[in-house]
Design a protein around this ligand. Sequence first.
Ligand SMILES: NC(=O)c1ccc[n+]([C@@H]2O[C@H](COP(=O)([O-])OP(=O)(O)OC[C@H]3O[C@@H](n4cnc5c(N)ncnc54)[C@H](OP(=O)(O)O)[C@@H]3O)[C@@H](O)[C@H]2O)c1
Length: 257
Amino acid sequence: MALSNKWVLITGASSGFGEGAALAFAREGAKLLLGARRVDRLEQVAAAARKAGSPAAHVHGLDVASTASVNAFADFVRQHTDKLDVLINNAGGAKGLDKVAEGKDEDWEFMMQTNVLGVLRTTRAMLPFMTSNPGSSIINVGSIAGRVAYEGGSAYCAAKAGEIQITRALRLELSGTGVRVSTLDPGLAETEFSVVRFKGDAERAKKVYEGVNPLRAPDIAEALVWMANRPAHVCIDEMIIKCTDQAAIHKLYRRTT
Ligand SMILES: NC(=O)c1ccc[n+]([C@@H]2O[C@H](COP(=O)([O-])OP(=O)(O)OC[C@H]3O[C@@H](n4cnc5c(N)ncnc54)[C@H](OP(=O)(O)O)[C@@H]3O)[C@@H](O)[C@H]2O)c1
């Protein structure tokens, strides 16, 4: 499927992978519908996307933790198109690195609301734009944390494991519609992820990547474009991408000099 003039919806497009994806799909000539809570940042991404070649880049505030907000976003989508070609459920992230014994309800709730319920409610709202459009793609951004647990990651790992199972169940449910359903599960990547996880502590966030050459947003964006751009009969079910320095979730090579 050539992506030129196709409608691509990206959640969490105000930074990181979502921003990178907006620019990468823009370079393919795709039309963009971008959502996140920080609308000022979305406006900047949309302007850059138009410069990069997108014939239309529209933004609207979106809080995937709220059904009312997701439904309002669907109304915004309907103002522009009745068919979506690509839905990227990317909004999400981690809060805190506490062990279960010290876990905070508000952190757990953020992780479940965005990474799990956000994917469910956004997908539910967008399915009518996709099931009438064989060859369209739903790509969920998961994580290697959904596949391997780590200390302090209980809720995030659970949430991303949930995302993987949502992807698998949805693929079964949509069998016969021609809608492709995928998960792209990255490892360590330098975005705003760690600043959000450590609640604005930029110093602590920086340490996560010390001595490592991590993934960056364009690495993931390129893969998202490739997945969406396969012929209609090809579905990339699951993809794992890690930086070369991350041989496994617990085995990170750090340069000391
Ligand atoms: N970086 C990594 O190491 C890594 C690895 C594997 C997977 N991931 C996953 O990749 C995805 C993107 O993260 P990132 O690394 O690009 O981090 P990021 O730079 O922090 O981006 C997260 C995006 O999600 C949006 N978001 C958060 N809560 C939201 C909500 N309630 N409603 C709507 N949008 C919301 C943020 O926008 P607003 O704040 O403006 O709403 C932002 O655009 C997440 O699902 C994350 O779990 C990240």
